[in-house]
Write a protein that binds this ligand. Structure first.
Ligand code: 0WD
Length: 254
């Protein structure tokens, strides 16, 4: 029973119970969907396994998107267990925190490449693999931030990577559309997660959003989870290539 009844999919990017990916996984599960999880390395395995168990989900294994073998292994596991998937959530990003402060102009080539690989290219890498498992169509969802559209203090190279990620959403939507596979992004307002704690002056950004967003508050992972539920479900069956803001409306004033 429910909006996601009979639907199965992979949620990548749960680090702990404050992760946006976890908010989305909970919402999908609450509406009858079955969720598979990947974790990055042994340290996160200890956090992700109990969370997956809480939702009766599948643990697809270790996946570091910079390691093709681990990516292939996770998708192989999912294919073996389920045959196919209906949705895939990509909630993965990384940049050296020394470069998430100060000036963008000082970005190193090495961190630029690494940030682009993990935060942007990885969506395409997972889409290639998801396409093979979405024979009945499906929904691919990623997470982006307003720093892709406007310069936000300290977001720097991550803003450039998110701009490329948003462009990737549009190109992937066109390529995969004929197969009934939709590709969208949620542009989430700032939330205090592990990844966000690497961004300089993050508390100030939260306050700024709280004072200036039309709804006069920040957003929660559960709220972003509900938007994720909509984009993964058939309710959004006519929506693809979209960057959907879930930010208390901040983007209309920021
Ligand atoms: O304010 C925020 N928190 C916002 C986050 C606002 C708007 C967008 N986002 C985005 C992030 O950029 C990211 O794409 O949402 C996505 C999820 O981020 P999150 O929920 O804020 O952060 P977190 O709970 O830390 O999850 C991100 C995870 C990693 O966690 P850590 O903190 O350990 O780096 O991405 C995963 C990892 O689990 N990750 C990787 N997964 C596979 N391979 C890799 C990798 N190489 N690198 C990071």
């Amino acid at each position: 029973q429910g909006l996601m009844a009979g639907k199965r999919g992979l949620v990548m990017g749960v680090a702990n119970n404050r992760s946006i990916a976890w908010g989305i996984a909970k919402a999908i599960h609450a509406h009858g969907g079955t969720v598979g999880f990947t974790y990055q390395g042994d340290a996160l395995r200890k956090r992700v396994e109990p969370l997956a168990a809480e939702l009766g989900g599948l643990v697809a294994g270790h996946c570091d998107v910079t390691d093709t073998a681990s990516l292939d292994a996770c998708f192989a596991k999912v294919e073996e267990e389920w045959g196919g998937i209906d949705f895939l959530v990509h909630a993965i990003a990384f940049s050296d925190k020394d470069e998430l402060t100060g000036r963008y102009v000082d970005t190193s080539e090495q961190n630029f490449s690494k940030t682009m690989l993990i935060s942007c290219y990885s969506l395409t890498a997972v889409a290639q693999r998801a396409e093979k498992l979405m024979n009945k169509g499906g929904s691919i969802l990623t997470l982006t931030y307003y720093g892709a559209e406007k310069v936000m203090p300290h977001y720097n190279v991550m803003g450039v990577a998110k701009a490329a990620l948003e462009a990737s959403v549009r190109y992937l939507a066109v390529d995969l559309g004929p197969k009934g596979i939709r590709v969208n992004a949620i542009s989430a307002g700032p939330i205090k997660t592990l990844a966000a704690s690497g961004i300089g002056d993050f508390r100030y950004i939260l306050k700024w959003n709280e004072y200036n967003a039309p709804l006069r508050r920040t957003v929660t992972t559960d709220e972003v989870g509900d938007v994720g539920l909509y984009l993964c479900s058939d309710l959004s069956r006519s929506v693809t290539g979209e960057i959907h803001h879930a930010d208390s409306g901040y983007h209309v004033v920021g």
